[in-house]
Design a protein around this ligand. Structure first.
Ligand SMILES: [Zn+2]
Length: 247
């Protein structure tokens, strides 16, 4: 059997297709493939501590690639439940929309114990969500924050069109900075144009990322010291692909 460093142990919990996508050194990869059958596995505490934010982003990209290809892992949910019932060591927290078509575990092909999920219409931020992310990243040890918006987002469309309804009015106001930025950037576009809506979705993700850094000293310290990564992405409802934003 392999003698594994903690980092290798993290990778050894990743199924064969993911290892291939991550492009591990060929000798190590061959050994890992020979030593392990393809099986989903939840991260343990050592793996969580050893994984870097970059490795976790690659892990999520590989999971999304499996999902897009229709090759999501076959999971024994009862076994995963039993394995994670006593403790959890998720590697990432994903802030995404409540949209019924954007479930993080599904689109990143992850199981129980792998992701913290924070969901709210329009993937905006408030103090409770910041507190949840602080919990996820500080005491619970997650190494990556991913803010994931999506195409055809109803909340983004509502903000573009100035929708007002009960508590939704205040929520959509949090998307208005992205609407104003888009209006300034693309003055010829109308709020219902696909391009306008896509721009607001992306700028809203970037605005949420900036808010996370600005409003949470706890998270900012973790991010600035490199202990936790902060990335943004857009999920395409048609293709299933998550495109991570470049800086
Ligand atoms: Zn949405």
């Amino acid at each position: 059997m392999l003698s594994t460093t903690p980092t290798m142990k993290f990778f050894s919990t990743i199924p064969r297709t993911t290892q291939l996508l991550l492009g591990l050194a060929s000798g190590m990869l061959a050994s890992l493939i020979a030593a392990r059958a393809s099986e989903p596995a939840s991260p343990d505490q050592v793996a969580q501590a050893a994984a870097s934010p970059k490795e976790i982003q690659a892990h999520l990209s590989a999971g999304n690639a499996r999902y897009v290809a229709g090759k999501s892992l076959s999971r024994d949910w009862a076994a995963e439940r039993a394995k994670t019932a006593k403790a959890q060591y998720p590697v990432a927290v994903v802030l995404s929309c409540i949209d019924s078509r954007v479930s993080s575990e599904v689109i990143f092909d992850q199981g129980f114990g792998e992701l913290f999920n924070a969901r709210v219409a329009g993937n905006v931020i408030d103090d409770d969500l910041l507190g949840s992310m602080e919990f996820a990243c500080k005491p619970a040890g997650a190494k990556l924050i991913a803010v994931v918006g999506h195409s055809h987002c109803g909340a983004v469309k509502g903000a573009c069109n100035g929708v007002e309804l009960g508590h939704l009015t205040g929520l959509l106001a949090k998307i208005q900075p992205a609407v104003a930025q888009t209006r300034a950037k693309e003055p010829s576009l109308l709020p219902n144009d696909e391009k306008f809506i896509a721009s607001v979705a992306e700028l809203n993700v970037r605005h949420t990322m900036a808010q996370i850094r600005e409003r949470s000293p706890v998270l900012r310290d973790l991010i600035d010291s490199g202990q936790v990564g902060l990335i943004g992405g857009i999920y395409d409802l048609d293709s299933g692909r998550v495109t991570f934003l470049q800086n």
